[in-house]
Design a protein around this ligand. Structure first.
Ligand code: ADP
Ligand code: MG
Length: 150
């Protein structure tokens, strides 16, 4: 008897599992996808990669559920002193400020959880375009070393 297949050999704290998730979401929903993922594994502890996986998982769920998009792109890029994580769709867009002002019963937890995880990583989200952002960006402004892994 065999159990469920693992998401990827590295589990959810690996970039392989993020690639796998992205391809799955695109193929299951008939979305065109493009991704550009630099090998950042060595700069981040596993627990940060798990948090990043969860952030993208929620953002992708929202895109499928709310955006009406036909295309998604995902990029992870390392620069000299920061890392940029971005997911973009070509759907209707949304204004994060007006969403967060909705009364509690209409306000979901997903964007809140993305914000909390971003803060826990010591990262920030640059101000999105008002009236319809289609980009969700997260910037980690330093490279935490892998010391103290996991
Ligand atoms: N990619 C997106 N495109 C359009 N609207 C979005 C997108 N992501 C989030 N939203 C909007 O933000 C709202 C809040 O999202 P979220 O906090 O995840 O809660 P929920 O998904 O449960 O509604 C959504 O209801 C939707 O209106
Ligand atoms: Mg959601």
């Amino acid at each position: 008897m065999s159990g469920p297949k693992p998401l990827s050999p590295g589990g959810i704290g690996s970039l392989g599992s993020l690639r796998h998730l992205f391809k799955e979401v695109c193929s299951r929903n008939g979305l065109a996808c493009s991704m550009e993922i630099e090998e950042i594994d060595k700069y981040l502890p596993r627990r940060s990669l798990v948090a990043i996986y969860r952030i993208f998982q929620e953002a992708l769920t929202n895109i499928v559920k709310h955006s009406g998009a036909t295309q998604i792109s995902l990029s992870i890029k390392k620069q000299a002193r920061k890392m940029n994580f971005m997911v973009a769709d070509n759907g209707r867009g949304f204004d994060i400020r007006s969403v967060s002002q909705r009364p509690a019963p209409e306000r979901g937890m997903g964007l809140f959880a993305i914000g909390e995880r971003t803060r826990m990583l010591g990262g920030c989200s640059p101000d999105p375009e008002p009236n319809g952002s289609r980009h969700q960006d997260i910037v980690l402004s330093h490279h935490p070393s892998q010391e103290g892994k996991p």
